[in-house]
Structure formats: structure tokens, C-alpha cells
Design a protein around this ligand. Structure first.
Ligand code: PEP
Ligand code: MG
Length: 570
């Protein structure tokens, strides 16, 4: 047996035989006689039509297998195949005596290179899409079919969206790719389809032969090649346990998130775009605890209009009209610079003009967002949340601007809900220290542990050298969470959490014991956290929390929580 190390892209274990994906042939005739130009153009048009048909089928099939959102990529490809600027480049190459195949390949490469050179990650991803279209057209021009029956563990240089969609996912049990990272198309699709995947294995891919037996361990990013029988038996047992666990968690999906003694702990999801709402509903969550609205602003060259924003906020609210939807106002600045808001050079951006601080400088941008939020409020149960609040004055200024936006809408006769709940993120230690004072001015708190840890421990959340400090189980962080919960309870306000800690099942008994009544997380964490909650007794969790508040180190706290976790079925 030997091992290949790669990147753990999609969790789970798969055992099977290697099957390499066939790559498109590139040795076609590139130059044609001038007299053949019209015929080459006809061949291109025919391939274009065939591609549109294939993409339509892929779109339908992906929507049925993996959901509408995953299928959107093919709708976009259909538009790109007929895009006038792409077609113009192809036809120009044919006019210069390129064969249809060569013209398509040149055009796709040129446009992809242009996209790849742009600063935005979104546009860079479009480069992969245009290459994918080029590949599809060349295959069609060469008379290739879309369907290849791959079975077992698929090994490929990279998996483009159309490659994955053409697969019968019931026959493919794992992916290994030479290229790609955690956020590449293939990884995202593997996770969405629940297929274990290891990506980025580089040239090691070529050492794998068709028919080799491999174990793909998507938890740690390892491929075990031709393992011995005892290792295979061990991994088979692990697969069985994972399947039992998945079945149990799936059965929890739509059960209430209630403790044994009848306390309801609201489970919500964190989202970044309105398109994420499908997953929130599928996860069995009860609403949205954090909508990071930055996405609306980050890829833009100008401020998104009020109309655009109203539409996005309404789409989220309307997807779950009777559920609580917490929309956070713009948290830009720091490491999320906006191109249209002059990024002033700052020595310490994380301690600088970020979030509410930036919004109070660019009040026109902020007011537009507040107007859009109020206008959207008619579509559901909106909760507005301000990020990075550190002082009462900041909160009062933000609330005053919200009042001003409401007054304007009243004067304009534009409808909005006048009783929209207003809360803050508690993610700066200063806010945690005066939580009792802030509680008088808000309807709710949501604790953002990602930043609360960074600012409490004075450890940059992106800096691996101080990662040992970036731990939400550090006693000062746990104590601050306890203080905030106490202050909120005393003032009769609810307190939730939307930082990463909320989705860690190890932390669930502690957070419930400290008095949090809402936890907002990534959709994938909802079933396991819900399963934990359903095994808790609140009185017991309070005793655990008191005990944990007296512990001295993060590892003591983790150790105790691990002991507690042993009491649960999963
Ligand atoms: C947090 O800080 O915990 C949080 C949820 O906000 P973000 O990760 O968007 O900074
Ligand atoms: Mg934050």
C-alpha cells in the first residue's frame, strides 16, 4: 500500500476501483483552406445548437438531482454559448482560416485569460466556465458523445461543472483530482452531492492505474492505494458507522429543536446570498440568524441601488415568510474593502474603519441600505442587526439613522413595517463589557465569536502563527459569552450566537447552559446540533456551564466538554 496526500474537499470515505476520466483530444486539424471557411462556420453553428440542447438536459438533470441552485451554472453556460462577443471571436478566427475546433479553443482561451486576469474572484471563476464551454463545443465538433459511464472512483485532472453533471452519481463513489482546492467547482459539487473527494493531488494522479483499489478519505485528504485486507476491513467498518450516523441525523431533520425538559432552542442558518435559502429549508432550520449582506456590495464597481437591495432582501424574507430573518447591515472595511468606497490606507485594518464605523462615515450608502431593509420588511419577519457595535453612542446613531429612513418612507407613502426588531452583534469585547447597558437599547443580541475571539485574545483571525489563541474555548471568551447572556436575560431580551462556535456540537451543552436560546450556523451543522439539543436537560447544562466557567485553560474546557459529549448517542 502507498498513500497520496491531497486536500480534503468533501468529507466521507469511499472504497472502489480507479477509473481515469478521458480527456478531450487536442490533435485536430487547426488550419483550413480559405474555401472551407463557410463550411467551418456552419459546423460551428451546428455545434452551438447541439451544445445548447445538451446544456438544457444537464440543467434539468442537475436541478432534479442536486437542486435548482446547482443547475444555475448550466443556464449561464447556455447564455455564454450564444454570447455575441464569444461568437464574434470564434468567427474572426475562422475568417483567419482556423478550423471550427481551433477557433473555439482559441476564443475560449482568450476570453478565459481575460477573466482570469480580473481582480474579482467571481470573474476568475467565469474563466473556468468559458473553458468548459470550449471543451464541450470541441467535443461535439469531433463527434464525441456527452455520456460516458464512469463507475467507482473517478480520477481526473480537474472536474468541470459539465463533467460532474454528466456523471451518474449513483455509480461514482469518490473523486480524486490533480488540480483544484476546497472552493473549486469540483469540490463544491462533490460536497453538494455528498461524494467523498480528495483534490489537488498533483502529479501523483498519474501514478494511479485504472483498476487500482483505493480508499478515498475525504475527512483528512488522503488516498490509500492498494491497501491490505485488514486496512480495508477497518475502513469498511468506518463507512458502516458513518452510514448509521447519517441515517440517524437525517431522521432528526424536521423534529423540533427542543431539550428533554421542553425548552426550545431556535436553530437558524448563516447565509451569504438569497440563493442559499434552499439549503436553509432543506437543513431543517427555523430561519436565518445571520444574512451577511456584503455579497451585494463586494463584486460591484458602484453601490448597489436601493431597488436591487430591496429585491434581494425580499427574496430571503419571502422564502420563509413566518420565520425570523436576521439581516446584518454592511460589514465592509477591514479585509473586505469596497472598490467604490475609497479604502484609506490603515495600519491595522481590523481595528480601523470597519462595519458600523464605516457606515457612519458613508451615511448615504448606509441610509440606502436601511431604506431598502425597511421596504423589504413587508415581505416577512425582518430583524435588523448592526455589526461591530462597541459603544452606546454608535448604537444610538445607527438607530437614529434608521428612524430617519423610516420617516422618509412615511413621507413618501412607501409601506414598511414599523415594528421591525433591532439588535446588535456582540463581537467586540467592549460591547460584551457593557452588555447590560446595550441591552436596554436593543431587542436582541447575537454573539459573533469569530471576531469576539480575535478582539478578546488580540489574535488576528487570519494569522496562523497566533492560531493557538484563536479558540472560542479560551476561558476569557467563554466568560464574556456568559456575561452577555446574563445581561440579556436580566433585560428580558433574547440572545443568540452566529459565530462558528454556534455550529460546533461540542459547544452546544455549554451554550444552552449559559442561556443562549438561538444558534445560527452553516446548514450542514444543523442536524447534529439539533440531535445534541434533543438529548439535553437545561438544569444539567446550567450545572455544567457553572463548572466550565471556573476552568483555567481552553484545553481544560475542551476536555470537560469531550467528557460530556460521551454522554450523548452521537
Ligand atoms: C463573527 O464575527 O462571529 C461573525 C459571525 O461575523 P463575520 O464572521 O462575518 O465577521
Ligand atoms: Mg464579525
Amino acid at each position: 500500500m502507498w498513500k497520496i496526500k491531497g486536500i480534503a474537499a468533501s468529507a466521507g470515505i469511499a472504497i472502489g476501483k480507479i477509473m481515469h476520466m478521458q480527456e478531450a483530444v487536442h490533435d485536430f486539424c487547426r488550419l483550413v483552406d480559405a474555401s472551407q471557411t463557410p463550411a467551418e462556420k456552419e459546423r460551428f453553428y451546428a455545434a452551438q445548437q447541439a451544445a445548447e440542447k445538451e446544456l438544457e438536459i444537464l440543467q434539468e438533470r442537475t436541478a432534479a438531482n442536486m437542486g435548482e441552485q446547482q443547475a444555475e451554472v448550466f443556464a449561464a453556460h447556455k447564455l455564454m454559448v450564444t454570447d455575441p462577443s464569444f461568437v464574434e471571436v470564434v468567427l474572426n478566427h475562422i475568417d483567419n482560416q482556423a478550423s471550427a475546433e481551433a477557433a473555439v479553443e482559441y476564443a475560449a482561451n482568450e476570453i478565459a485569460a481575460m477573466f482570469a486576469g480580473l481582480d474579482s474572484e467571481y470573474m476568475q471563476e467565469r474563466a473556468a466556465d468559458i473553458k468548459d464551454i470550449g471543451k464541450r463545443l470541441v467535443r461535439i465538433l469531433q463527434g464525441g458523445t456527452a455520456e460516458v459511464n464512469y463507475t467507482g472512483i473517478l480520477a481526473a485532472q480537474d472536474l468541470l461543472p459539465s463533467d460532474t453533471a454528466a456523471l451518474d452519481l449513483d455509480c461514482v463513489s469518490g473523486f480524486i483530482t490533480a488540480l483544484g482546492g476546497k472552493t473549486s467547482h469540483s469540490s463544491i459539487l462533490a460536497r453538494a452531492a455528498g461524494i467523498p473527494a480528495v483534490v489537488g493531488v498533483g502529479s501523483a494522479l498519474e501514478k494511479l492505474n485504472n483498476g487500482d483499489t483505493v480508499i478515498v478519505d475525504g475527512h483528512v485528504g488522503e488516498v490509500l492505494v492498494n491497501p491490505e485486507e485488514d486496512i480495508l476491513a477497518d475502513y469498511r467498518l468506518r463507512i458502516k458507522k458513518e452510514q448509521e450516523r447519517a441515517a440517524l441525523l437525517a431522521s432528526v431533520g424536521h423534529l423540533p429543536s427542543e431539550t428533554l425538559d421542553g425548552h426550545h432552542i431556535e436553530l437558524a442558518c448563516n447565509i451569504g446570498t438569497p440563493g442559499d435559502m434552499e439549503k436553509v429549508i432543506a437543513a431543517g432550520a427555523e430561519g436565518v440568524g445571520l444574512f451577511r449582506t456584503e455579497f451585494l456590495f463586494l463584486d460591484k464597481t458602484s453601490v448597489p441601488t436601493e431597488e436591487e437591495q430591496v429585491e434581494s432582501y425580499k427574496a430571503v424574507l419571502a422564502a420563509m415568510p413566518d420565520k425570523k430573518i436576521v439581516i446584518r447591515t454592511l460589514d465592509a472595511g477591514g479585509d473586505k474593502q469596497l472598490p467604490f468606497i475609497g479604502g484609506l490606507p490603515e495600519a491595522n485594518p481590523a481595528l480601523g474603519l470597519r462595519a458600523i464605523r464605516l457606515c457612519m462615515v458613508y451615511q448615504d450608502v448606509f441610509k440606502t441600505q436601511l431604506r431598502a431593509l425597511l421596504r423589504a420588511s413587508v415581505a416577512g419577519n425582518l430583524h435588523i442587526m448592526f455589526p461591530m457595535i462597541a459603544t452606546v453612542d454608535e448604537l444610538l446613531s445607527a438607530k437614529a439613522l434608521l428612524q430617519e429612513a423610516a420617516k422618509e418612507l412615511t413621507q413618501e407613502g412607501v409601506p414598511y413595517k414599523s415594528d421591525v426588531a433591532v439588535g446588535i452583534m456582540v463581537e467586540v469585547p467592549a460591547a460584551a463589557a457593557i452588555a447590560d447597558i446595550l441591552a436596554e437599547e436593543v431587542d436582541f443580541f447575537s454573539i459573533g465569536t469569530n471576531d469576539l475571539v480575535q478582539y478578546t485574545m488580540a489574535a488576528d483571525r487570519m494569522n496562523e502563527h497566533v492560531a493557538y489563541l484563536s479558540d472560542y474555548f479560551q476561558p476569557p471568551v467563554v466568560r464574556l459569552i456568559g456575561n452577555v447572556a446574563k445581561a440579556a436575560q436580566k433585560a428580558g431580551k433574547w440572545v443568540g450566537m452566529c459565530g462558528e462556535m454556534a455550529g460546533d456540537p461540542l459547544a452546544t451543552p455549554l451554550l444552552v447552559g449559559l442561556g443562549l436560546t438561538e444558534l445560527s450556523m452553516n446548514g450542514r451543522a444543523v442536524p447534529i446540533v439539533k440531535h445534541r439539543i434533543r438529548q439535553l436537560d437545561v438544569k444539567q447544562t446550567q450545572k455544567w456551564a457553572d463548572e466550565i466557567l471556573s476552568l483555567r485553560t481552553a484545553s481544560d474546557i475542551k476536555k470537560r466538554l469531550e467528557e460530556i459529549a460521551l454522554e450523548f448517542e452521537i
